[in-house]
Design a protein around this ligand. Sequence first.
Ligand code: TYM
Length: 487
Amino acid sequence: MAETANAVALNESQIPEVPAEAAAQGSKQTVDPWNVQGEIGADGQIKAINYDKLIEEFGTKKIDEELLARFERVTGKKPHHFLRRGIVFSHRDFELILDRYERNEPFFLYTGRGPSSDSIHVGHCTPFMFTKWLQDTFDVPLVIMLTDDEKYLFSEKRTIEEVQGYCDSNIRDIISMGFDPNKTFIFSDYDYVGGAFYRQITRLAKHITLNQARAIFGFNDSSNIGKIHFGSIQGAAAFANSFPHIFGEDEKKTVGIPCLIPCAVDQDPYFRATRDVAARLTYQGVRFAKPSLIHSLFLPALQGPGTKMSASIDSSAIFMTDTPNQIKNKVNKYAFSGGKVSVEEHRAVGGDTEVDVAYQYLRFFLEDDEELEKIRVAYSKGELLTGELKALCIKELQTFVVAFQERRAKVDDAAVRQFTDIRPLTWAGNPKVPKADIVVPKVEGADGAEGGDGKLTKNQLKKLEKQKQIEAKKAQKAKEKEGAAAA
Ligand code: TYM
């Protein structure tokens, strides 16, 4: 294997980062995979996250009208309300993914979850909702990583058994988002690391120095070495050659298949590092594809838009296990209001939807644009009161959570195996364009696997044989008929 590290300048990861340890003491906003907090103003109050500033700091691109128009032209689909409303607001090389879709060249989706609790919360659902929509739109494979190792390495208290224990229930949560089992592979790092995936992990690890890891993630001399190495694990799943059972074993082909990563913007530092390495990697003369990203805003904590909803702070979050009553109580008790202190003042001046958490949640979960706009106008004018706005939000959240719980109750062990088994996936891509070189998976020892692209089970082969015999008989009969008619 001839693998060379081409001398390509590090661009993205050289953008100055606020080290996590230092940021905790300062007043600047911090957004990284472990800390999300808005700037602390002179009055000691936490400000809302400034996402435009993040685009500038991280060096990403804003999703603009032009890109959305192109998306609609290429896919023939109206952009998701997250895109229309700027909830999915920034990207890296998303246009390259649209180019590939236009030509029906292979690409895949990659997202993930760090199993830090038994249940995901509504904030975690948002990238998954959007990912499901992307999967339906593009008809491409999706890989979902559960970073049980990350949650162990980055916590003082958690044991390996604890994080592994969360995986099963988190997998069931993710399945309940409605992903297509024929196109989706869910795996945990503790289970899947090895083989092709581990080879790719070490390729990344070899090309990230301690200095770069410090600059990107803010590690210091006391950081354990597992944390320092972890970025190469999260990054490795962004390469198709980590999944030979999906894309085949010919790395000369698979290293060139890019992925699109939908995530909230806190995960960007991992992939900035990954993209830097990808730009320097080749495999037998073939360049590795750089992963593309599409970033979403955070669903704010109930306490306000200065922080994200977090699984480790119970009162900040609506969990997918919450009952309708718990949802009602949490929103009524904790949801930060942009309303005024008295009804009279609110009626006279109106509320501030920018900071109002109930309104912000409606932006995520109320799909009807017209209704949302009516609510915005009424609240801003003071016609709608905080209690009334909260009631609308509670209704929308209850509907969302109850529907999720109904789907979740139907996820059984067989469904979990269906998504987590190492197996080929099937997908078609752009229906308007013939498939361009989609690699036929050829995996050793995958005999007997169900379904798949190009790999047939014994049963399927039998059926195919029978089908052929029926067709041959039909053709024979038709010939005989023709002969009889001619005679
Ligand atoms: P985790 O478990 O912290 O978060 C899972 C996904 O949810 C996003 N997220 C949020 N989105 C909106 N509002 C919030 N309040 C909120 N909190 C979290 C995260 O950005 C993420 O998309 N290291 C990762 C797991 C991972 C991953 C990935 C995520 C591995 N590979 C690839 C995205 C893409 C983690 O701990 O995610």
